[in-house]
Design a protein. Structure first.
Length: 120
């Protein structure tokens, strides 16, 4: 059975499994394992977690990239890991909403790196 078929079957029996009593859940679980070929523990995990409603939301690049690029340039082109860590601090420290709308981050106080040791 293909993965899309297994997902479709999971979506069809998910509601029935959630509403069923203990004895019916055992039968549904056995049926699900026999049809899809899942191990019992894997089937339990799939049936007891909330179903995903769809793909993750995607944001249009024309709305996301200009402010992100401005933040990246204002942070002296940090790598993605450091930018992710600095983003909440820098964004929260901006004083006015005009800076957010025009993407000028000169007034932004970015966290500075610790001074380097010059000891040799």
């Amino acid at each position: 059975m293909s993965l899309p078929s297994k997902r479709e079957y999971l979506h069809t029996i998910y509601g029935r499994y959630q509403r069923a009593g203990r004895l019916h859940k055992i039968r549904i679980l056995d049926e699900f394992c026999a049809i899809c070929g899942y191990h019992r523990k894997t089937a339990l995990k799939l049936l007891n977690r909330p179903l995903c409603k769809g793909p993750w939301p995607t944001y249009p690049p024309e709305l996301v990239l200009p402010p992100l690029k401005a933040i990246w340039l204002a942070s002296d082109q940090l790598c993605s890991k450091l930018l992710k860590a600095a983003l909440p601090n820098g964004w929260a420290s901006m004083s006015n909403s005009k800076a957010r709308s025009t993407h000028t981050f000169d007034s932004c106080s970015w966290p500075s790196a610790p001074p380097r040791s010059t000891d040799s």
